[in-house]
Design a protein. Structure first.
Length: 146
């Protein structure tokens, strides 16, 4: 059931994910093609905000801040997982892996490589502060319109 808290969480975390993706691009190689990276991350943010955080609105403020941080971490983890998996699939199509075990090992390497972009100081600070604010905002909206 749609609620104002779910909508506000979805919008905030979509914006936060988009902004964090834009920040992380500055840490990547100049010859990387980003495609729809920011839009895909925003999609992850919207889904996590709606499904995870919006559903948990209505608790104490301290709990909401914790849920906001968790939502931010889930959003970053999901985005990194997606892009590492997508890159592994593309490399598999190019027959760069001998077998499935080699592909999974490559996925792990890509996950670590892409995860390093998410733990840069500016991106990490944005995710932490944005997650706290998102939890606070969602709780305030829930208190106001429920």
């Amino acid at each position: 059931m749609p609620t104002a808290a779910k909508l506000s969480a979805a919008i905030w975390f979509a914006l936060l994910a988009w902004f964090a993706a834009e920040l992380s691009k500055g840490h990547m190689d100049d010859n990387m093609r980003f495609g729809a990276m920011s839009v895909i991350c925003a999609g992850f943010g919207a889904v996590i905000g709606w499904v995870f955080l919006g559903r948990r609105a209505g608790a104490a403020m301290q709990t909401a801040l914790g849920f906001g941080l968790t939502a931010s971490a889930l959003m970053a983890f999901g985005s990194v997982f997606y892009f590492a998996f997508e890159q592994m699939i593309h490399r598999s199509w190019d027959q760069r892996y001998r077998d499935a075990a080699h592909a999974l090992n490559g996925f792990g390497d890509l996950f670590v490589q892409y995860g390093a972009f998410a733990v840069q100081a500016d991106v990490l600070a944005t995710l932490v502060v944005g997650g706290l604010f998102g939890g606070w905002l969602t709780e305030k909206v829930s208190q106001k319109w429920s």
